[in-house]
Ligand binder design. Structure first.
Ligand SMILES: Nc1ccn([C@@H]2O[C@H](COP(=O)(O)OP(=O)(O)OP(=O)(O)O)[C@@H](O)[C@H]2O)c(=O)n1
Ligand SMILES: C[C@](O)(CO)[C@H](O)COP(=O)(O)O
Length: 250
């Protein structure tokens, strides 16, 4: 009998893309010939470690996602569910859409269309022995803490870059662990006033004894947030589709 836990890829696509400022949610914008969300869907669909995909989509756009799923033959998609008002609400709704059986959950920003298969492999491997795993890269910039000063901001602190990492997705957990963290967060009246910007932040705050193992991410695994990111994603996706020079026929 195969005792491997099932792995569910959750695509968080419930946002509206305010910072990119377009009429439709940014995950539906076409980049390198496909909507951004479809690039992310294809990565999960083609990953042998992923057994099932659940999509959380902006209310009003779930039918559009179902069309993309049907047309592209993404047969690992089991559910397309409406997302919530914040990323954490969408995660909570995703957890509600999963059954009671223990599994691995890989929570991925749908707007990170350049997720590499290697990262999924390493995350699922790490989940064989750990219950919480995140993907992160070192910071190549020096990171400052801004403080209010006379007439504007001043530097409050310069952080030690050697211990700083930039958090990416997928953020990966045993279902029972991420559910427990969110149940505690929702029971805390203070959570709404100090929301978390990612799922690891919820686990760290509400299950501080659970170590969150780090897997190396990638500079390519960008989050399409601002208009310039669309151009960068386009170029990187084109590059990824181009064989390296050594593989070209001579
Ligand atoms: N209510 C929300 C908000 C965000 N997300 C998802 O979380 C990921 C990262 O969020 P972000 O880049 O902030 O997306 P938006 O919220 O759409 O962008 P903005 O903050 O500029 O409005 C995206 O794939 C987004 O669709 C979500 O599932 N549900
Ligand atoms: C989850 C995340 O992508 C990790 O870097 C990030 O925190 C999402 O932030 P956003 O403001 O919701 O884009």
């Amino acid at each position: 009998m195969d005792s491997r836990l099932r792995s569910v890829g959750v695509l968080l696509a419930g946002g509206v893309g305010q910072r990119i400022g377009m009429d439709t949610p940014k995950q539906l914008i076409e980049v390198a010939g496909k909507p951004i969300i479809e690039h992310s869907l294809a990565v999960f669909q083609n990953a042998p470690e992923i057994d099932e995909i659940v999509v959380l989509m902006t209310p009003g756009y779930t039918d559009r996602v179902r069309e993309i799923v049907d047309k592209g033959g993404y047969d690992k998609v089991s559910k397309v569910v409406e997302g919530g008002a914040s990323r954490t609400e969408s995660t909570w709704l995703a957890l509600g859409a999963l059954g009671a059986e223990e599994c691995n959950v890989l929570l991925h920003d749908a707007v990170r269309p350049l997720l590499e298969p290697r990262i999924i492999t390493e995350c699922v491997k790490a989940l064989e022995t750990r219950s919480a795993v995140n993907v992160a890269i070192p910071s190549s910039d020096t990171v400052l803490v801004a403080a209010p000063g006379p007439g504007g901001e001043v530097i409050g602190d310069v952080l030690d870059r050697s211990v700083l990492r930039r958090s990416q997705t997928p953020q990966c957990f045993r279902l029972s662990v991420i559910r427990e963290a969110y149940e505690r967060a929702l029971a805390d009246p203070g959570f709404a006033g100090r929301p978390a910007t990612d799922d690891c932040g919820v686990v760290l705050r509400y299950l501080p004894d659970v170590p969150i193992h780090l897997v190396p991410g990638s500079e390519h695994n960008i989050k399409v947030t601002h208009p310039l990111d669309l151009r960068i994603a386009e170029l990187l996706l084109q590059l990824a589709a181009t064989p390296p020079i050594s593989d070209l026929p001579r």
